[in-house]
Design a protein around this ligand. Structure first.
Ligand SMILES: Cc1cc2nc3c(=O)[nH]c(=O)nc-3n(C[C@H](O)[C@H](O)[C@H](O)COP(=O)(O)O)c2cc1C
Length: 306
């Protein structure tokens, strides 16, 4: 039997396999690097960066839910310069693609970060316009097409030849409106979904469980929403998509690829099983072999709607 080709391309970047780890769920890789060789991964999306260091939101900021978690971490990170100086050299030791994830308070901040990261040689820049856990910027950019376009254009202007992938929010009425705005403004790829806003209340104290009152829902509960949104976006725009939201096994990844994603990211599943991305990769390969494919990329867009 011929060997299965596991490579995929995302905005012109070749990944050795379609499984990436999702931003904010893998830190900068040091902890997970104690479990396995990070070169096994298709790519690493680093923790979300801001121009200046951030402490994040007050605790408690993570809570379990049926089939998922709620988080309101709020982009705790050391700032883009510290990432480039202290974390990127560590990540660069591995034979995998490095994706930097950025959030700004203004379009200009996105531009400054893009320039720094492109100069530092990251493989892709993921522009987060969808963080539900920060007051400024973040989500506002992801819910208004005019602002999404402005941030995308500014990122593209400063990213040089480094591809720009815009990360979309599911917290909108019609995600294709934002997808089209980012595409028209020059995005090279789209990633989706970020977390879905949610809330949990402690019935004894009558207090919200999270100190920020609300947070973002992720994990298996959100997979069907992610599959639906990837499918809608892939019909609306002609851009490669990194699909994510609730992926925990090969079949989950295959659903996102059939809906149109070129690659997938695994996030929350790693909190229960650090090896989840490797299991997803192997499960996806088994599924592709069972279906007689020569290349896993043949799954992309293969859904047959009724
Ligand atoms: C604790 C936590 C922190 C996150 N931080 C970021 C972040 O910094 N930037 C970002 O774009 N997305 C962030 N996300 C969203 C994930 O990258 C991903 O889009 C989402 O969790 C859905 O995937 P999952 O269900 O596999 O976790 C975070 C998610 C979690 C659970």
């Amino acid at each position: 039997m011929p060997e299965l080709d596991m490579t995929v391309t995302l905005a012109g970047v070749t990944l050795k396999n379609p499984v990436v780890v999702a931003s904010g769920t893998f830190g900068f890789g040091r902890e997970y690097g104690q479990f396995y060789d990070l070169s096994e991964l298709g790519g690493i999306c680093a923790k979300g960066l801001t121009l200046h260091r951030r402490e994040g939101n007050p605790t408690p900021r993570i809570a379990e839910t049926p089939m998922g978690i709620l988080n309101s971490v709020g982009l705790q990170n050391p700032g883009v310069d510290a990432f480039i100086k202290e974390e990127l050299p560590f990540l660069r030791q591995f034979d995998t693609k490095i994706i930097a994830n950025i959030s700004g308070n203004t379009p200009e901040e996105y531009g400054i970060m893009c320039e720094k990261l492109a100069d530092a040689g990251v493989d892709l820049i993921e522009v987060n316009i969808s963080c539900p856990n920060v007051k400024a910027g973040g989500m506002a950019y992801g819910t208004r097409p005019d602002l999404a376009a402005e941030v995308t254009a500014e990122a593209k202007r400063h990213a040089g030849r480094t591809p720009v992938m815009v990360k979309l929010s599911p917290n909108v009425t019609d995600i294709t409106v934002i997808a089209r705005a980012a595409a028209d403004a020059g995005a090279d790829a789209l990633s989706l979904i970020n977390t879905i806003r949610g809330m949990r209340i402690d019935v004894n104290s009558h207090r919200p469980v999270l100190k920020m009152n609300t947070g973002g829902l992720s994990g298996p509960a959100v997979l069907p929403v992610a599959v639906r949104m990837v499918w809608e976006v892939c019909q609306a725009v002609d851009l490669p998509v990194l699909g994510m939201g609730g992926v925990a096994k090969g079949e989950d990844a295959a659903q996102l690829m059939l809906a149109g994603a070129s690659a997938v990211a695994v996030g929350t599943a790693m909190f229960a099983d650090p090896y989840a991305p490797l299991h997803v990769r192997d499960g996806l390969a088994d599924l592709a072999r069972r279906q007689g494919l020569d290349a896993v990329a043949q799954l992309t867009g293969g859904v047959k709607p009724w």
